[in-house]
Design a protein around this ligand. Structure first.
Ligand code: FEO
Length: 400
């Protein structure tokens, strides 16, 4: 049974969905699965852009066979070597002994690492400025090292303006037959998942994303074909605009994420009081999350979205509550920058969160710790410090 769609006259989508996978990279929760996108170019020479994860190999090979119609596969274009896209390469290399593998130098090394296969002269190593003609189609290669692996390349197809963008411009979520962005609701829920994907997987490499965006600006991109999520053929500038913001670590919204940890409800109570005080002052972009029951990837996505972050946590082993420590350290590892942070600590005998969190935040780039800090001894009995913190956050939002 073929499960393909055309994305241009002779370029086909032959990706596959995995709706059974609960953790992407065995790490990130998936509520609605994920798609692994692969593309076939039907020309004088046949070319396949990437493969799919091993869990969805069967429909992929069935589709490929259907599209080849008995011809041989001339080229495999390897944009990215992570096994969610490259898992079936070893099998392809054996199935099509005349197939050339078009990839970066680094990818060629990784093919040996993953599959023990020395491609020899079957490998065509490409770099910026190189191109490959298939007949009517011509691919131009753009290196994209560290977006988000070192071997990544993108390619731009001249006759259609399609940019094969590797993981960039990808998103979590299976595709329900509607593979184009104009066929689905690109609403806040969708952006939230795209941001969660970007921030957690690519977020650390903002500088490298900026470099690729500059190169892509010189291309007439009419469609973006990523390795996950929908193919963008409409409002491309919207997604590029988000990538530009996200990779410069600039918030999307002036707003507040209140992230709290609480063992017995006292720190939670302070977090809720602050949320009410902020809402009272007209802050409408405001989200409160319990870090113990919210996946850290969701917290990271919200940290990427908002200009202001409140960290409220009890002390644990002279450190932050472990769930909060995970969140704060993840922000650091992912290189988040340019946020204002307010701190609330709780400790019945030796509160330590303000000190520990301040040290971590100070080691990050342009994370401003606001003046008003609240140190709770067991429980908060006055609203005054909350009111002062809310005033300061609102004032800071006006001025920054
Ligand atoms: Fe979708 Fe980096 O693999």
């Amino acid at each position: 049974m073929k499960t393909i769609r055309k994305i241009s006259d002779s370029i086909y989508y032959l990706g596959a969905n995995d709706r059974r996978l609960s953790l992407f990279e065995n790490l990130f929760p998936l509520d609605n699965g994920v798609s692994y996108n692969s593309y076939f170019i039907d020309d004088e020479k046949t070319a396949l852009a990437d493969t799919v994860d091993r869990f969805v190999a069967d429909p992929f090979f069935e589709n490929l066979e259907y599209l080849l119609k008995g011809r041989k596969l001339d080229y495999l274009i390897v944009h990215h070597m992570e096994p969610d896209h490259a898992a079936n390469m070893g099998r392809l290399i054996e199935m099509y002994p005349e197939m050339k593998v078009v990839c970066s130098m680094k990818a060629n090394q990784m093919i040996q690492q993953f599959f023990g296969a020395d491609l020899g002269d079957r490998a065509i190593i490409v770099k910026d400025g190189d191109s490959l003609s298939l007949g009517k189609h011509k691919l131009h290669f753009v290196t994209a090292a560290m977006v988000h692996w070192p071997e990544v390349i993108m390619s731009w197809e001249e006759s259609t303006g399609i940019l094969f963008s590797a993981d960039a411009f990808g998103a979590f979520g299976a595709l329900d037959g509607r593979i184009f962005n104009d066929e689905i609701a690109i609403d806040e829920g969708w952006w939230s998942e795209a941001r969660r994907y970007y921030a957690n997987i690519v977020g650390k490499y903002g500088l490298q994303v900026q470099a690729v965006l500059k190169k892509a600006a010189n291309l007439d991109v009419k469609m973006i074909a990523p390795l996950h999520g929908p193919v963008w053929r409409k409002d491309i500038a919207d997604f590029i605009g988000k990538y530009d913001l996200w990779s410069r670590y600039q918030p999307e919204e002036k707003g507040v994420l209140i992230a709290y940890a609480s063992m017995y409800g006292n720190t939670e109570s302070a977090a809720n009081a602050l949320a009410l005080a902020l809402a009272d002052r007209g802050v409408d972009k405001l989200e409160v999350r319990d870090v113990s029951v919210t996946d850290v990837s969701e917290l990271i996505s919200l940290a990427w979205k908002y200009s202001h972050i409140v960290i409220a946590a009890p002390t644990y082993n002279m450190n932050m509550h472990p769930k909060m420590e995970h969140f704060v350290m993840d922000m650091k590892h992912l290189n988040l920058q340019n946020r204002a942070v307010s701190l609330i600590e709780n400790g019945s005998w030796a509160p330590a969160v303000i000190k520990v969190a301040s040290e971590i935040l100070s080691s990050m780039k342009n994370m401003r710790i606001l003046e008003e800090k609240i140190s709770i001894k067991s429980a908060l009995h006055s609203i005054q410090p909350i009111e002062k913190m809310a005033d300061e956050i609102v004032e800071d939002m006006k001025n920054n």
